[in-house]
Design a protein around this ligand. Structure first.
Ligand SMILES: C[S@@+](CC[C@H](N)C(=O)[O-])C[C@H]1O[C@@H](n2cnc3c(N)ncnc32)[C@H](O)[C@@H]1O
Length: 278
């Protein structure tokens, strides 16, 4: 703990005596401490990430006619900034004040002024009082929710803040491959930084603990919930989303074990099936 402007600031992540027992949804706030947030951009490397993603999100949003976007997992602001630069009207939400401050700074250095809202997804609509064409929850963020009821509640909050024909884009690491021991994650898409090693330290059916090791010796962890793809798409449908389409590493066709990341694109607009009306 150090003091900054009279406030106590955490300098180390807190996991207690047995880190593997930490499986709480609210714990992300203790994980994204200032020193980790400061290093986050060398983990994701904006330039390389922009190259690897290409125009995928911009094109997908435009295809759906989305203009007004709520980035609910802003982090250090990568997508908020990219989308603002591309002409979208973006509002940036995060439950971590450290992340939002960093995002604001990053956006300023890219000539953008972010509209930020500090909120946890579970009570998003307490703080967000507008409707959006699209909600994006990217960078394997949904994995921070450790319990089924938190995931349902958050998806319901995302749904509620969308216009009647809005859309959700939510991505996740391919945990199926990790849980089934099929592949090791690569560095190709999300965590593109060259001076960091990110690897799973522990995996079981309700915990994926990742270690992030930087060349200067700094080491951080994240305790996440290993989401199975079929579970996430089912949950999205159960909450009311329609037409859930899944991409693997930005491709429409893929073999399940191959992608590092899945990107789910879902719609809110409800189309009645003919056989259900007859
Ligand atoms: C892995 S980071 C991803 C950030 C960014 N989207 C990216 O791709 O670089 C996850 C972000 O989600 C936020 N987050 C996690 N759980 C949250 C919750 N329950 N409510 C609001 N924000 C949350 C964290 O604070 C963090 O900024």
């Amino acid at each position: 703990m150090k003091m900054v402007r009279g406030l106590a600031v955490k300098t180390e992540q807190e996991y207690g005596a047995n880190p593997l027992t930490v499986r709480e949804t609210g714990h992300y706030k203790k994980e994204y401490i200032e020193s980790f947030v400061d290093k986050w951009d060398s983990l994701i490397d904006w330039e390389r990430r922009a190259k690897s993603e290409g125009e995928f999100f911009i094109e997908t949003l435009r295809q759906h006619g989305a203009k007004k976007v709520l980035d609910v997992a802003t982090g250090t602001g990568f997508h908020s900034v990219m989308l603002s630069k591309a002409g979208f009207e973006v509002t940036s939400v995060d439950g971590s004040q450290e992340m939002l401050s960093k995002a604001f700074e990053n956006a300023r250095s890219h000539g953008q002024m972010l509209r930020t809202i500090h909120s946890d997804w579970r009570w998003l609509n307490k703080h967000v009082h507008d409707l959006y064409d699209a909600v994006i929850c990217l960078g394997n963020s949904f994995t921070h929710l450790h319990h089924d009821n938190d995931r349902r509640k958050s998806l319901a909050e995302f749904y509620a803040t969308l216009r009647h024909d809005g859309m959700l884009i939510l991505d996740q690491r391919n945990y199926d491959a990790l849980l089934d021991h099929q592949i090791k994650p690569t560095h190709n898409f999300y965590y593109c930084g060259q001076d960091v090693r990110a690897y799973p330290e522990h995996i079981d059916s309700s915990l994926a603990r990742f270690c992030y090791e930087f060349t200067d010796g700094a080491q951080f962890h994240l305790n996440m919930f290993p989401l199975r793809k079929s579970y996430v798409t089912r949950l999205m449908s159960e909450v009311g989303f329609q037409n859930v389409t899944t991409y693997g590493d930005f491709q429409e066709t893929f073999r399940d074990a191959e992608p590092d990341f899945y990107i789910h694109v879902a719609e809110k607009s409800y189309v009645e099936k003919e056989d259900e009306t007859s």
